[in-house]
Design a protein around this ligand. Structure first.
Ligand SMILES: Cc1ncc(COP(=O)(O)O)c(C=O)c1O
Length: 452
């Protein structure tokens, strides 16, 4: 894509997320239209959006039901202050979201983005302990390679070094353990490795003193580490640890929520119910900013009292529970449920995984990970040494764009998460673009495709 001087100048007057504009200008991508599984750049070139925006447009871009719901709401009211009033549609959304979350999780606070939801969850946990007789519990344990957002506590809980070290020192009271992938070469089975990684949470809780630990926050499937997908037992062990030490379990389902893993939430996929669930991204299909924190209903008691008791959740945002966003959110859930898209994601996800597995014949794929339509592929120099292959990822990002394909490449792995509406023919089209781009990328880095 060739940029005109005005757009180039304007790009220099803004920031992209987490990336250098000078590098972006070498291969710029400016989009101006999106529909279903595709988006188009300003030159009219079409791209298969294999990552649904960025894990967002789960119903496909421009879902009509969502847009109609927003249009209707726009005619009535687009803003109500969550301070001295609340909109009727916000309450409808509380009911709607609470009807699809795991049992017992239906104390709902809508927000405008994933970082707001995780930040609120940690504040909620701290305040909960302060007013239930355990004011010393304030620490959080999370994982290296995890990402929970860009605000203070969310960033402190994140374990992605380069995204946070520039802002250190981080907030005190945030500790980390490694995800299971970190230890896998030291164990003879993935299951045993997961048991070890899960138990590390308890070691830290005991080492820190359980009376000081408020919560564990984890992504059920970790995107930033390369679609890290632990065993169900890993989460069961963590759940038991939390119960033993009265520590709240927070699932950050900003990516995994709303059908991607083959159930509405990954908590259901892994069969473990957290105390607080944070969601965002696919929650509004990207039509308007929306996110939510959903806590266990019985926690509500700790925040209920007379005004002079001063126990209300001392937190808020101007756009929290915005009526337009809530109208979109209701339509998203109705669409997912009525079109049985969760069940479809489970089925089509198996097909997608099978196709991605076939990339192993090129000798540079270590593993295909994930659940449902959320899948990741780890790239290695060769499958004996298992050395990472970042040059291949960097080349792949480029060849994919040249082939009209948008992927998430990091660069030792790549992820795909097409919209839940994708059919087998769409998966085939996407896979052929991936395979072609991978072969071209291998060629560019001088790797010989070792087709088995
Ligand atoms: C797992 C996870 N949590 C939280 C966030 C933060 O969400 P947002 O960017 O909407 O603030 C993200 C964003 O990518 C995420 O992937």
């Amino acid at each position: 894509m060739k940029l005109d001087s005005r757009r180039e100048r304007l790009l220099k007057h803004t920031f992209l997320d987490f990336r250098q504009t000078a590098e972006f200008l070498e291969h710029p991508l400016i989009l101006n239209r999106a529909e279903g599984l595709y988006c188009w750049d300003i030159d009219g070139r079409r791209y298969f959006d294999a990552i649904s925006g960025i894990f967002v447009a789960t119903l496909g871009h421009g879902n009509l039901r969502v847009l109609d719901a927003m249009r209707r709401q726009m005619e009535r009211m687009t803003f109500a202050p969550p301070l001295h009033g609340v909109s009727d549609v916000t309450l409808d959304y509380v009911e709607k979201l609470g009807s699809v979350t795991p049992a017992g999780l239906n104390y709902v606070k809508p927000f405008s983005g994933g970082s707001e939801a995780t930040e609120a969850a940690m504040k909620f946990a701290r305040q909960y302990f302060k007013q239930t007789g355990q004011p010393g519990k304030y620490k959080f344990i999370s994982r290296y390679q995890g990402y929970h957002g860009s605000t203070g506590a969310a960033m402190s809980a994140s374990g992605t070094g380069p995204r946070k070290t520039k802002f250190e020192p981080q907030m005190p009271g945030f500790l980390k353990v490694f995800p299971p992938t970190h230890y896998r070469s030291q164990f003879s089975s993935w299951e045993e490795c997961n048991r070890f990684a899960a138990r590390a949470f308890e070691d830290v809780i005991i080492g820190e003193d359980p009376a000081t630990v408020a919560g564990i926050i984890v992504e059920p499937i970790g995107n930033t580490g390369g679609i890290i997908t632990p065993t169900a037992e890993y989460f069961q062990i963590i759940r038991e640890i939390c119960d033993r030490h009265n520590v709240l379990l927070i699932f950050d389902e900003v990516i995994t929520g709303f059908g991607k893993t083959g159930r509405m939430f990954a908590a259901q996929t892994f069969g473990v119910t957290p105390d607080i669930l944070c969601c965002g991204k696919g929650i509004s299909n990207g039509a308007v900013p929306l996110a939510a924190m959903v806590a266990r209903e019985d926690f509500a008691d700790a925040f209920w009292g007379r005004a002079e008791d001063d126990v209300q959740f001392m937190h808020g945002n101007t756009f929290a529970g915005n009526p337009l966003a809530c109208a979109a959110g209701i339509a998203v859930i109705d669409e997912i449920v009525e079109r049985k898209l969760v069940e479809h994601a489970l089925e089509i996800g198996e097909y997608l995984a099978g196709r991605l597995e076939s990339l192993k014949r090129y000798g540079v794929v270590r593993e295909v990970r994930g659940r449902g339509i959320l899948r990741g592929v780890e790239l290695v120099r060769n499958t004996n040494t298992l050395q990472p292959f970042p040059e291949l990822g960097i080349a792949l990002k480029q060849t994919a764009l040249e082939n009209g394909l948008i992927l998430r490449v990091d660069p030792t792995w790549f992820a795909v998460s097409p919209a839940l509406i994708a059919q087998q023919a769409d998966i085939d089209e996407m896979f052929e673009l991936i395979e072609r781009s991978l072969v071209q990328a291998l060629d560019r880095v001088g790797g010989v495709p070792a087709i088995a």
